[in-house]
Structure formats: structure tokens, C-alpha cells
Design a protein around this ligand. Sequence first.
Ligand code: ATP
Ligand code: MG
Length: 629
Amino acid sequence: MPNYQEFHRRSIEDRDGFWAEQARRIEWQTPPQRICNYDQPPFARWFEGGTTNLCHNAIDRHLKDRADQPALIAVSTETDSERTYSYAQLHSQVQCMAAALLDLGVRKGDRVLVYMPMIAEASFAMLACARIGAIHSVVFGGFASVSLASRIEDASPTVIVSADAGSRGGKVVPYKHLLDEAIALSSHKPQAVLMVDRQLAPMALTAGRDHTWASLQQKHQNAVVPCEWVDATHPSYTLYTSGTTGKPKGVQRDTGGYAVALAASMETIFCGKPGETYFCTSDIGWVVGHSYIIYGPLLAGMATILYEGLPIRPDGGIWWSLVEKYQVTVMFSAPTAIRVLKKQDPALLTRYDLSSLRTLFLAGEPLDEPTATWISQGLGKAIIDNYWQTESGWPILTIANGVEKAASKFGSPGVAMYGYDAKLLDESTGQELLGADQKGVLTIEGPLPPGCMQTVWKDDARFVKTYWESIPGKLVYNTFDWATRDKDGYYFILGRTDDVINVAGHRLGTREIEECIAGHPNISEVAVVGVADNLKGQVAMAFAIVKDTSGLVDDASRFALEGEVMKLVDQSIGAIGRPARVRFVTLLPKTRSGKLLRRAIQAVCEGRDPGDLTTMEDPSALQQIKDMV
Ligand code: ATP
Ligand code: MG
């Protein structure tokens, strides 16, 4: 096994040699002629001259070895259904969907918008697009018509694939009227709409435009649709960021680089083996779902579980029961989901036989120590934090146990992954911070490795301006996250650069303060924001959810708890980080993907307009804060 440091060093210093080797992990119709064309920074063109197909690599290439092995396991605790598709069955379903899309007028390079719940047909649609060289744009099924309309407008899809309804906690959420409204709102009109009828909600079909999957499925039952070989640089999809810090950005991804990066990550980071089962609890509407529900596991010849439902229904043991039943070896979830489980009976973690499970990966937001400890001790399994972005498509910081076994450090997602030339820079001078434990903005020297975004969809200028021109005098990719690195190369994310607060000249990450407050035994979750202050420039303000509220009967008891929390901050960070107020709420404003909307809280605290809130989950959380301040 090579030494990881050496592996990483080579990926930067012998970039082309390194990635030429990695490129052999996938099948090419024509091998790449040039590994990385970085003649026009910051635009990287990976594997130029190569032609391949994502669907071929995810499905067809496995048929000779594992046609009858499970590929997709679609489980819904919403409709009480479970169905396993073998690679051969998935192959035929995807061809059928591909034929239907072609029939509806979709051609190579056209966009297909997928607005779907977590059902098998959603994955057929994504894979069918890849098969025919169409570009999918998956929109999270929880979005309402205004958000959906702006994405229809931006993607200008030839066809939209949708379903009659989603379902959440047993409650049917009809989609069709939202879709119709969104199409009416958008100036772009799709040629056709393909509706999957789950028979959960009535849907009115528009004659001439709307078609049902059932009818097209029948028409194209045994369709044979060969894979369209596309250039490595051909876009495979567009996908929006979560909108935590502002208006979501449309990320455009290529084909060849993405396939290579995912295939490499499956072996080096996730250590998943062909024939095993991977269970990622994310949603196909997010990047984690694209990379590690659909493409990554299938590229690796694994079975992948597509789960529709809550983590606590019928009870908090549902995920672990699936691990037992399907012998899951690798699992991937988010801290926000683990915090939901943490409120349930911990005995549920040990009710099932989890001997197959090797590792639980968590990503999406900072993993706080109490949550990490609770889940790793409860399961008795290794937990691996990994840090990345919609933009990157695969982990930027984590541990690559498939290259060399290394220990995780609590509070750190890990070290820079191969291909990422990560650097901490001083935000105002652009100077690199080489010493240990210095705070700076996490940046990546170009070119971004394979798998990362090519550009902002239809907006090269925004790509350059947003990501590459924010540090004075340097063309460098800005993650907009604030971090430190210790002497062993482990990074610690301190929060978003937007969330760094400046108290009387001291720069503090809100994450540091949150981490400290979350250590209080009676606090389950907390958001800290910086609020303008005449005297100090900014002060911290905390909003916390209390675990056991029975003691909070009056102002005096609330005041006492507030005092305890402040003392905790005083002790570990110092009075400089002490929040001016700690207010107790029952809910915190979050995006649909479960990320804290600190900018909205901050705006409300400062009496400003909170900006784009289209990706917010439950508006009542922000209202609660508004009422308080
Ligand atoms: P937007 O870019 O639209 O504001 P977003 O940044 O939340 O939204 P995503 O791409 O979904 O959109 O999230 C990436 C961000 O999530 C990272 O930049 C980082 O702030 C945070 N993040 C992801 N994983 C981790 C992790 N393991 N630890 C800490 N933070 C993480
Ligand atoms: Mg972001």
C-alpha cells in the first residue's frame, strides 16, 4: 500500500501521470489524448479526446460479471414497498426510459429536468439521460413552484420528468400542481412532461404535452438503446448548491472527469467492493445523492439503496434494519440526520445485526463532537467525516483508508484528498499560511481535480468572478470556508467565511463557539451569528435548542441556563467569544438539505432583509427568532 502523503504529493506534482493511471478505472470508447488541458485557467478540461459514457460505466460494463446481482434496491417506508433491480433489470428499465425520452424529442446535449421523489424511476431518468448524452438537472422534490420555476428557466429543459406525488412521514405531497404552476411561471416551456403515476394523488394531464410513464413504458418495453459515446468534457448534469449563503449557483459537471473521480473515490475513500451494498441516506436532489446514491456505487459494481422515508419511521431503527437485511458495508449520511436519531432511544442502534457494516461516512456540515461520539459509540463503528461541496462533486478533505490506513481526529474532516492542492490563505493579503493552527480561508490551487465543476451553467463569468477572483492578486479557488490545519495536515473547519465574526479585532469562527455551546449537556443544537455592535464591531448571538425544557419554567431558570452557556464559552474560548445573548428556541432555520441558515438569522437580528429564502425548510423557525429579537 502506498503512503498517503506520497500518493497526494504525486497527484499534484505528477498530475497527468497520476490521473492517467486513475483514468484506467473506467472504460473508454476512445482513450483520452490529453490528461489535463489547463491552457485557459481557471477552466480545466480533463481527459480531452477521450470518449466514454457514464451509464455504460455504471451499468453495461458490469453485465458480463454481475447481470443477476442487485444493482438498485428501492425501499420506501412511505408506500411500504421494497424492490430490488438486478444489473440486467436496471439495464432494461434505463433503456426503456431512454427510449421514452428520445421519443419525446430529447437529443444529445438537451436538458432534462427531473423533479422526483426518491423512487426507482428517478434513477432510471438520471441514468437514461447519461445514456443518451442528455444533461440532467435534478431538482429536489421538496421545492415549491417558485424555486422550481427558476430552475426550469435556467435549465430550459426539453422534457421534465416528474411524478404525481412525494410522501413525507406518511403525508402525501402532490407534485403535479406545483409543476404546472412552475411551468406557467417560467418563460421556458418544455416540449413534453413525463409523469410517473404512483397513484398517490390525482393529476390533471395537459393534452399534447403530458405523457404517463406507464404508457411509454409499454410502448418501449424491450427497447434497445445503445449508449451515446460522448466527449469526456461533455456536461453530464447541472445541479444547484444548497443556497445557504445566498442565491443557489448552478454547478455544471463533465462526464469523464466525474466518472474517474468517483470510481477512484469508491476504492480509495469509501473502500466499497463490487457485489457489496452501499447505503447513502441523502436525496437525489443533492450532490451527495448524485455521487453516492447513483453514480459512485454503480460505477463500483455495488448495489445501492435508494430510500424514501424518514429516518424515524416506523421507528428510529429503520436504517439499521436495512443495514442488517441488505448486508450494507458502507453507509453515508449527514450530521443533521444523526441529530434526529439522537433524540430517539439509543437501544435502537443495537437492535439489529450490524456486523456487515464497516464505516459510516458523514458530510454536509460540521460534525460536532457530541454527535460523533454518540453515533460511533452507539454503533461501535468507525465514523468518517468528509468535507466537500456541490462544486467539488466528491470529498475535498477526509481520510483515504483505501490508500493508507489513518486515524480520524475528532472535529476534523481529515486531510486534503489527492488532486486537491489545498492551501490556507490570509483572506485580505492572499498570503499563504504555512504554520500549524493558523486560521485562514480554505482555497484550492487550480486546476481543480477531475469531478469538480467545469463552470457555472451558462455563466462562465460568474464562475470566474465568484470562485476565483475573491482573493486579492491570486487566481485561486475559494471554498468560502474558514479553517485551520494542524501539524499533521488535518484541517478543522471553523465556519463559512461569511460566518466569521470580528469581535473587537479578534476573528472567530461561529463554528468554534457553536461547538463549545453544543458541549453543554442540555443543549441539542445551536446557531451562532455575528451581530453588528457599536462598541465591539460585532458580537456573537446564540440561538439554542434545549434538550430537556422541563426545568425552563420562568425567566429566572432561562437566565440561569444562559449563564451556564456563557460560562462554558468563557472557559474554552474566552470572554471574547461569549454571546451577548443566548436565546432558547424550539427550531432553527435550515435549508431543505438541513444546513443552518445563519445569514438569515443574522439579517433578522440586524433588522435587515434576509434575502433569498427559497431553499428554506420551515419558515416558522425564522419567525420565532424574529419575534424574539
Ligand atoms: P451555497 O453555496 O448555495 O451557499 P452550500 O454551501 O450549503 O450552499 P453545499 O455545496 O451543499 O451548498 O454545501 C457545501 C458546504 O457545506 C461547504 O462549503 C461547507 O461549508 C459545508 N460542509 C460540507 N461538509 C462539511 C463537513 N464535513 N464539515 C464542515 N462543513 C461542511
Ligand atoms: Mg457553498
